[in-house]
Design a protein around this ligand. Structure first.
Ligand code: ZN
Length: 434
């Protein structure tokens, strides 16, 4: 039997993937076992199996097939999660200071933890959510408990990893996501995509879900079940969001969960309010609409860095080609979800090697650049929701010195999502006393 840490911590294994020796060993250390499917429900992801479309001899779960097949003849083995960690006082080695608002939210989080109450932190983009959860993580560690920090997005997990590691250098930390090459091991702090939670049962004392409103978590029944299932019965779930979904705000109203509101960016300045511009012709009129062309030319002349957001990849690629023809000297990159060089291109923009970046909603959140102008092309397109427009606008003005970066929305019809996103930004800014 090799390393025990590969198994421990409320992990769900399909016995078919284990040797007899491993199964015997796991049963001896107190693992539980149960059938893979009970009453038409997969016991790993808790989704109901659609019996109508089953043609093969044995039923299996299609919902979580990406993590390996669970069929009715399989047995699941759940490893113990009540393994204590050595208590560590003052594990936090972060020298920064929280603003008054951050401090308040941070204390409310700790209080909710002591009361075993789920909690929502509604923090505007750029409020400094990560630093705010450090004291909570510190408290969890001091109680010898285990915490998972999860996001629906891999890029957010990757970005968080070095920051958590630096803040808690002496605590075991694991980073797990679908593209990760390092195998699972039992750590006190877990950083993972929400998808990875399907493989856990009653594993965490505290579960922190970042970007709770973002794809693919928003609207996924399976991922919401995974969150519920992976936290311990007496555990706490913490939600972080700049644009919280209605269902969570309803739970706040009914006092099922508590809330902290952080309407202030860490530097104390308001969110940039988008400048709205109606185009009378389409954005690709005369290859690039003259009004857009004029704005881009102005940015190039002023040597200002800018991000251009597009609703669809083909449209972005066409714009990219035209931009290359019209402004041959402009150095820029274009990134989309289909792009394998995405991280590399983003770092070229961050380092200033290129002046502009063209992107889809893939960069609507989780990325921070210093001093940029943000432009949304066809802000009225169906691909941009109110939430994504707020997130995109939130890419601007994140640095204290350049807190008033410009944001532009270009569109042909001033529709609901544009109106709502602008009014929500203005509403949040009203709470800031400068
Ligand atoms: Zn399943």
């Amino acid at each position: 039997m090799n390393n025990l840490n590969m198994y421990l911590g409320g992990r769900i294994f399909n016995s078919a993937s284990l040797s007899d020796e491993e199964i015997n060993f796991l049963m001896n250390i107190g693992c539980k076992r149960k059938p893979g499917i009970v009453a038409g429900k997969c016991q790993r992801c808790l989704m109901t199996i659609d019996m109508k479309n089953i043609k093969s001899k044995s039923n299996y779960c299609r919902s979580c097939i990406n993590l390996g097949k669970v069929s009715e003849n399989d047995e699941l083995i759940i490893t113990p999660s009540n393994v204590p960690f050595a208590p560590v006082n003052d594990a936090l080695e972060w020298n920064g200071t929280l603003t008054v608002m951050q401090q308040k939210a941070s204390e409310e989080l700790i209080k909710a933890n002591s009361n075993h109450k789920d909690h929502l932190v509604w923090a505007v983009t750029g409020a400094g959510k990560t630093e705010m959860i450090f004291p909570l993580i510190n408290q969890v560690i001091s109680k010898s408990e285990r915490v998972a920090i999860c996001s629906p997005r891999i890029d957010v997990c990757i970005e968080l990893h070095p920051r958590i590691q630096k803040a808690f250098p002496n605590i075991s930390l694991g980073l797990f996501h679908g593209r990760s090459e390092s195998p699972y091991s039992f750590t006190q702090v877990v950083l993972a995509t929400v998808h990875q939670l399907i493989k856990f049962e009653r594993a965490f004392d505290v579960l922190i879900i970042d970007e709770v409103d973002s794809y693919p978590l928003a609207g996924s029944e399976m991922l919401h079940k995974a969150i519920e299932k992976s936290v311990k019965e007496n555990g706490q779930t913490v939600y972080l969001s700049a644009t919280p979904p209605k269902e969570l705000l309803k739970k706040v109203d009914s006092k099922d969960i508590t809330i902290s509101k952080l309407y202030q960016r860490f530097h104390g300045h308001p969110l940039p309010v988008p400048k709205c511009h109606m185009l009378f012709k389409s954005s690709d009129y005369k290859k690039i609409n003259p009004r857009l062309r004029w704005k881009i030319k102005e940015l190039i002349n002023n040597n200002e860095r800018f991000m251009l957001f597009f609703p669809k990849i083909p449209q972005m690629m066409e714009f990219s080609n035209n931009l290359r023809i019209i402004f041959p000297d402009l150095k820029f990159v274009d990134v989309s979800s289909r792009d394998e060089e995405c991280l590399d291109k983003v770092s070229k923009f961050r380092s200033g090697e290129v002046q502009a970046i063209l992107t889809t909603t893939i960069l609507e959140r989780g990325v921070t650049f210093k001093h940029i102008t943000v432009i949304v092309i066809d802000a009225d397109a169906a691909e941009f929701s109110k939430t994504s427009l707020i997130q995109i606008a939130g890419r601007a003005g994140r640095d204290k010195t350049y807190h008033d970066d410009d944001v532009y929305f270009y569109y042909q019809s001033y529709n609901r999502q544009i109106k709502q996103s602008c009014s929500e930004i203005k509403y949040l800014n009203r709470w800031i006393k400068e």
